[in-house]
Design a protein around this ligand. Structure first.
Ligand SMILES: C[S@@+](CC[C@H](N)C(=O)[O-])C[C@H]1O[C@@H](n2cnc3c(N)ncnc32)[C@H](O)[C@@H]1O
Length: 213
């Protein structure tokens, strides 16, 4: 986590500038719209954008009528998120250890943020998502599909390095189910080279099953 935080602190301004056009609105809007509709149809409630980076997804979810806050490890990312979205709440923390009471959230989104969590920590990450969601709450995960990580070394000339994991959607789906989620959708789209993508993109939604008493 320290490596991840240092990496994103170093690249935050360049990251936000490079993706400026995309920051205006997430490119996979249909997936986010579907998620927002599910949460809204269930009566709404608080939603966390976990690993929110510069806040583009947080802002988009808010525009879809969700009561959303962003959380990230990186203070520099959060500075940008607050600057760009002064009306939205953002807080610093790790999604592996959330300062959020049990069973409180209507929804949680991890939009390309689980890609730095080592594979052996994914069960703990999904257990943490499950803990903070209310029964019936919805989870959305976005990540690059594939088998091999991409390593970014000295991005934008900064002396930092980080692995970006690619994962098999079916393996992630199994882990979500093991953590207590009922898988609702599994979407994989091909890489779009115009967006600089070199791998397919995967989106999973799951629902925390209501407790059986
Ligand atoms: C690839 S960026 C995606 C940012 C944002 N979701 C977006 O799509 O623009 C990954 C983000 O996840 C954050 N992140 C990674 N691991 C985290 C953790 N354990 N807790 C909180 N944030 C984390 C990083 O700091 C970084 O801002």
């Amino acid at each position: 986590m320290t490596t991840t935080r240092i990496f994103y602190d170093a690249v935050a301004e360049d990251y936000a500038e490079m993706f400026a056009e995309e920051l205006a609105g997430p490119r996979d809007g249909a997936v986010l719209a579907d998620f927002a509709e599910l949460v809204n149809r269930g009566g709404g409630g608080q939603v966390a954008d976990l690993g929110c980076g510069p806040g583009r997804t947080t802002a988009h979810l808010a525009s879809l009528g969700l009561d959303v806050f962003g959380l990230d490890l990186s203070g520099s990312m959060l500075e940008i998120a607050r600057r760009e979205n002064p009306d939205l709440p953002f807080r610093q923390g790790s999604m592996l250890e959330l300062d959020i009471p049990d069973r409180t959230l209507a929804g949680a989104v991890s939009w390309y943020s689980s890609i730095h969590t080592p594979v052996d920590r994914l069960p703990s990450l999904f257990a943490e998502f499950h803990r903070v969601l209310a029964p019936g709450g919805h989870l959305l995960l976005a990540f690059q599909a594939g088998d091999h990580p991409l390593t970014l070394d000295r991005p934008f000339g900064h002396p930092v390095r980080l692995d970006f994991e690619r994962r098999r959607p079916e393996a992630m789906a199994e882990l979500l189910e093991a953590a207590g989620f009922a898988l609702r959708s599994r979407t994989v789209r091909e890489a779009n080279p115009e967006l600089g993508e070199s791998s397919a993109q995967a989106f999973l939604t799951g629902r925390k099953t209501a407790a059986v008493l």
